[in-house]
Design a protein around this ligand. Structure first.
Ligand SMILES: NC(=O)c1ccc[n+]([C@@H]2O[C@H](COP(=O)([O-])OP(=O)(O)OC[C@H]3O[C@@H](n4cnc5c(N)ncnc54)[C@H](OP(=O)(O)O)[C@@H]3O)[C@@H](O)[C@H]2O)c1
Length: 238
């Protein structure tokens, strides 16, 4: 191999993504020992991208820092000593630095083999797993419960709504606009609270006087306090 490939990197931290992001070229070389070379087919645009390049989550990055949270592609070469992966395997990479690069060098432990890749796969990797693990592992979600999702119209919230509904629960979602409310109803929300028009606490106290069994809270501050005030006995707030 003697070609080059493109990737997007950040050269320093800034909340102004454009000011630090730069497309650079790198040599496309054979993978090193213990490495897998992936040709990315899809890269996910994640709300966290601008927090990472802004130094919000951590501030000890090494620059230039590869950007992007998740990608899906196909294995095109494996280095010596790699077990369990071969050329042609379809994989997802749920780690930082994955998304915005044509090719990706990774250790096998940082790749997950999948049977199919599509743009929808991007959403499932991090947002979908955050919702699923939160609801099922941490939240011990059952069926026939009342589940409240704040910021329901976001990437994670959309997954929470669908998974909670498919598990047989009554799902309440909060969002800002009518258009988002309509979308949330099609995804499975039984009650959408437009937080700009309705007071969350008032609605919960009047329509759910027994409290909410499981709350997936993503907004914080006053919204978090309202959730705590309205959780049912033996309820859970995530
Ligand atoms: N995406 C991931 O892979 C991932 C993984 C792990 C953790 N997380 C965390 O999960 C949370 C949500 O991430 P996301 O990717 O779903 O973000 P997102 O797609 O940007 O959605 C965030 C939602 O928050 C709502 N919102 C924004 N400002 C608000 C405010 N002031 N009051 C109430 N609602 C507000 C917005 O909906 P409205 O316009 O309807 O308010 C928006 O839909 C974040 O804390 C993120 O760090 C995300």
């Amino acid at each position: 191999m003697a070609r080059k490939f493109k990737k997007l990197v950040a050269n320093s931290y800034s909340r102004d993504f454009r000011s630090v992001a730069e497309v650079v070229e790198a040599e496309l070389v054979d993978p090193g020992d213990g490495q897998v070379l992936v040709k990315n087919h899809f890269g996910g645009v994640n709300a966290s991208d601008i927090n990472i390049s802004g130094g919000v989550y951590f501030s000890d990055g090494v620059f230039p820092m590869a950007l992007g949270c998740e990608s899906a592609g196909e294995v095109v070469a494996v280095g010596n000593g790699v077990v369990g992966f071969e050329e042609g395997d379809l994989v997802v990479s749920p780690y930082l630095g994955s998304a915005f690069t044509e090719y990706l060098y990774r250790e096998p432990a940082r790749l997950v083999k999948v049977t199919d890749i599509s743009p929808g796969t991007m959403s499932a990797i991090n947002a979908g797993c955050t919702a699923s693990i939160g609801l099922e592992v941490v939240g011990e979600m059952g069926s026939g419960e009342t589940v409240l999702v704040t910021a329901a119209a976001g990437g994670v919230g959309n997954w929470v709504v669908q998974l909670a509904k498919r598990a047989g629960n009554h799902v309440i979602g909060t969002c800002s606009t009518e258009a988002k409310a309509e979308r949330l109803k099609t995804l499975g929300c039984d009650r959408v609270i437009l937080y700009r028009d309705e007071d969350l606490g008032t609605v919960l106290r009047s329509e759910y006087p027994d409290g909410i069994d499981l709350i997936f809270e993503q907004v914080g501050e006053e919204t978090f306090d309202t959730c705590i005030d309205n959780v049912a006995t033996r309820g859970r707030v995530l």
